[in-house]
Design a protein around this ligand. Structure first.
Ligand code: NAD
Length: 389
């Protein structure tokens, strides 16, 4: 599980990879990313909805499209399939791509339950291809800044992680697939916050939470909780707090960020947030011989001097991250993650989150669901055993 601490490095990749993009709703962001990259070439794009294919053609000046996934699977010039179809179809579409000998980028969630987990593991192992889970929040600039500070040891010993994703996403229920079996606010939305906590606390051992389903969800015929709070701990006793709410009108972002990740450590605190594009931090100032990369560095090194709280405004990057209407999409994060994935392919390195991390997160979600149903804390090891994973 140590691999979760791998920090995405956004350095130059050497080769050019040909990608076929499946699903052109949110797939729009990855089209933009590919067309703005020196390391990617758009080989084809596919959606069952031909009108949408034509709209994307016009929007980006793209030559062709297909409404048949097989056309991309059977194209030997395609190296990678990017999957942006409804959650319930990810398992099937990833497995088809791997069987066709393609690497895969799949948007979150990797799967919408664990039924296909073993099959996915097996097919991937047989294929020898990479599967990268597009957990976009990790690749947002404030989150990357925070990760860099964490990797540099500036927080000292990590004590707790608090992540949230709070938004009024009732608009999402207009998508027909959200009302079909297999959609949940937890898997589709809260997974971002769960993934952030797991990025820093990869070895969660226990989780407990409460959740409630409001009339805003039930009036659409959906039964899944839309407002949830969870507490988790890892093997070292560090605490994680995960908050989510998806159908209530939220506060202004100035007051309560949509997605955020707060790290508390013995040497300081930081909070990365979305979508104000800002990063706040306050660390003890370490003496020169106590810098993390020096041999004398000790995680317990304490300095009486504090640097003082700072807020790093990253808004000069706004147009890189947000390219279409408003801030409802994730093009900049996708740009960052396709460049990272290309570098991994160049070096035949595993991109993270990979299938194992994706499945690990789904096990946590299964434990969260079980805790909501039982009112009890759930041991992650017991959950894995119960699921046979
Ligand atoms: N930040 C993020 O990472 C992020 C943001 C938004 C959405 N997503 C994910 O992207 C996925 C798609 O969400 P969306 O909002 O774009 O939904 P959407 O309904 O707008 O788009 C899905 C598209 O897939 C197409 N499709 C369905 N089955 C297909 C098939 N067999 N072959 C070809 N095309 C097919 C549909 O016609 C539709 O256009 C979801 O899994 C969602 O969780 C991720």
């Amino acid at each position: 599980m140590g691999e979760l601490n791998h920090k995405p490095q956004l350095i130059e990749a050497a080769k050019v990879y040909r990608i076929g993009v499946l699903g052109l709703g949110e797939g729009r962001s990855v089209l933009s990313a590919v067309l703005n990259s020196e390391h990617w070439e758009l080989a084809n794009m596919c959606d069952l909805n031909e009108e949408l294919c034509r709209a994307r053609q016009k929007e980006f000046g793209i030559a062709g499209y297909t409404t048949n996934y097989d056309d991309m699977l059977n194209d030997p010039t395609i190296d990678v399939i990017g999957i942006y179809t409804p959650d319930q179809l990810h398992g099937r579409h990833i497995i088809q791509a791997l069987r066709a000998g393609k690497h895969v980028i799949c948007t979150k969630p990797l799967l919408n339950n664990l039924d296909q987990a073993e099959e996915l593991r097996r097919v991937q192992a047989e294929s020898g291809k990479h599967v990268f889970v597009g957990q976009s929040s990790r690749f947002f600039e404030p989150m990357l800044e925070q990760r860099a500070d964490f990797e540099a040891g500036r927080h000292g010993d990590l004590l707790s992680v608090e992540a949230q994703y709070i938004t009024d996403a009732r608009w999402f229920l207009e998508k027909a697939w959200s009302l079909k079996g297999g959609f949940s606010w937890m898997h589709n939305f809260m997974v971002h916050a769960v993934d952030l906590v797991r990025w820093y606390l990869p070895d969660l051992t226990e989780i407990f939470g409460y959740g409630i389903t409001s009339e805003n969800t039930t009036e659409h015929g959906l039964a899944c909780p839309d407002t949830m709070l969870f507490l988790a701990k890892d093997s070292a006793g560090r605490a994680g707090l995960i908050r989510g709410s998806y159908t209530a009108p939220p506060l202004d972002r100035e007051i309560e960020p949509t997605i955020s990740c707060l790290l508390r450590g013995s040497q300081g605190t930081s909070r990365a947030e979305y979508s104000k594009l800002q990063y706040a931090r306050n660390f003890n100032t370490l003496a020169k011989d106590e810098q993390p990369d020096s041999p004398e560095f000790s995680q317990n090194a304490v300095s009486s001097e504090t640097q003082g709280p700072e807020i790093i405004d990253l808004n000069d990057r706004h147009s890189y991250y947000f390219r279409f209407e408003g801030e409802t999409h994730n093009a900049g994060e996708y740009q960052n993650y396709i460049e990272y994935f290309a570098r991994c392919l160049d070096n035949n390195e595993t991109p993270y989150p990979d299938v194992e991390e994706g499945i690990g997160t789904l096990v946590i979600l299964a434990a969260m669901e079980k805790s909501l149903a039982s009112g009890q804390p759930i041991q992650i090891a017991d959950m894995k055993k119960e699921l046979g994973l």
